[in-house]
Design a protein around this ligand. Structure first.
Ligand code: NDP
Ligand code: PHD
Length: 349
């Protein structure tokens, strides 16, 4: 078993890490870290548990430690990070001196030599790790996963990008409140309402998606060459981001062929049979009223995106549109970091 630690263990994503790591066949939780507000307390006393699944017995009595690499058990090999981005930017490099950091925070995603990875999409970006270690003189390294809306979108775009020529994409999101953390959006702001702005989200979706679908050329990422415009909105859903996607290709394409390409899509995690890999990264639904977050967010344990209403766009040439749902704290956060770590454990450690 590989010993792992969780940073930000008391938060929304930290709790997902704990739930998904409970009874994991390869990883064993050895350390839980959070802020000085929680450090020194038992995990069950420090945490307001929000998940429907019960808090695992194995963590209840664990002492929460400070988020300081010097306090981390040296037997720990992988540290999962679900820290606020500004703090992550400061401490993740400190952890990387000695530990593998699988980070879900946005701080380091677009930095040189730091792989931003979805294992089904761009596992080859892990080749940056050697340069990262050499350039920083680190024994460990940092690997990141994308923003929660980006990851679901990119999973659905990968088979399209590989098989058709994309010219431009518009995407409009309807994002769950859990995406903003437990204290993120006041109930007075979101009930009976919709908030048409999520700070920084559109920029992250636009840059990260092109980066993930790009190529690695002499250690540098050359982003994918199409235009992408995002508009992001908060809705009164607890978990599960929904996205309306509008794709324009260079040429006319058959809708059934596009559907089959998406439905047949599999990647390295499926080939390697990684523990958290969904059998299919993207499911296609034919019903007119799907996908819906309540019904579809838990596809393959929350690790698959679900696509529905894939249809020709009658208003524009060479265009089609669809709706997708992805679980924001599972495939969009903790599950994504864990899948990255499973791939690293299989191929690098
Ligand atoms: N929620 C989501 O859907 C997604 C979130 N993310 C990213 O994951 C990260 C965590 O998000 P989320 O879990 O929602 O946030 P929460 O606010 O729910 O949790 C934050 C966690 O970080 C800890 N923390 C806060 N400040 C400090 C500090 N100064 N020093 C040490 N620990 C600190 C908190 O500890 P304490 O309890 O002690 O205060 C808590 O454990 C963020 O970077 C977020 O952007 C990424 C994708 C999706
Ligand atoms: N901003 C996202 C969640 C998030 O924290 O994203 P990021 O990891 O890119 O900061 C949401 O509100 O749904």
């Amino acid at each position: 078993m590989v010993k792992v630690g969780v940073l930000g263990a008391t938060g929304m994503v930290g709790q997902r890490f704990i739930q998904l790591l409970d009874n994991h066949p390869d990883f064993e939780i050895a350390a839980l870290a959070a802020s000085s507000r929680s450090a020194g307390k038992k995990y069950e006393d420090a945490t307001t548990w929000y998940l429907n699944e019960e808090m695992p017995e194995s963590v209840k009595d664990m002492n929460v430690i400070e988020t300081d690499p010097a306090k981390m058990d040296k037997d720990v090999e992988i540290v999962f990070s679900s820290l606020p981005a500004d703090f992550a930017a400061k401490v993740e490099p400190q952890y990387a001196k000695d530990f593998v950091v699988a980070s879900n925070a946005s701080a380091m995603r677009m930095k040189k030599d730091i792989p931003l990875v979805i294992p089904e999409v761009n596992p080859q970006f892990l080749d940056m790790i050697d340069a990262q270690q050499k350039n920083n003189n680190w024994d460990g390294f940092i690997v990141t996963n994308p923003n929660c809306s980006t990851i679901a979108l990119t999973l659905t775009l990968k088979p399209i990008y590989d098989n058709f020529n994309i010219n431009r994409i518009y995407v409009s999101t309807m994002q769950a409140i859990s995406g903003a953390g437990y204290n993120g959006v006041p109930s007075m702001a979101i009930l009976d309402n919709l908030v048409p702005y999520i700070g920084g989200e559109e920029e992250k979706m636009e840059s990260e998606t092109l980066h993930l679908l790009g190529s690695l050329d002499g250690g540098e990422v050359k982003p994918a060459n199409f235009s992408l415009s995002a508009s992001c909105h908060r809705v009164a859903v607890i978990d599960g981001h929904t996205e309306a996607v509008f794709v324009e290709l260079d040429d006319e394409a058959d809708i059934d062929k596009i559907k089959k390409t998406i439905a047949d899509f599999k990647g390295l995690p499926q080939e390697l049979n990684l523990h958290s890999a969904p059998e299919h990264p993207v499911l296609i639904k034919e019903e007119d009223n799907r996908p819906q977050p309540r019904m579809d967010r838990n596809a393959y344990g929350g690790m698959a995106a679900t696509v529905g209403r894939l249809r020709k766009d009658q208003a524009f040439d060479n265009s089609f549109k669809y709706v997708l749902v992805g679980h924001n704290t599972i495939r969009g956060a903790a599950g994504a970091s864990i899948l990255n770590a499973e791939l690293i454990n299989k191929q690098i450690l």
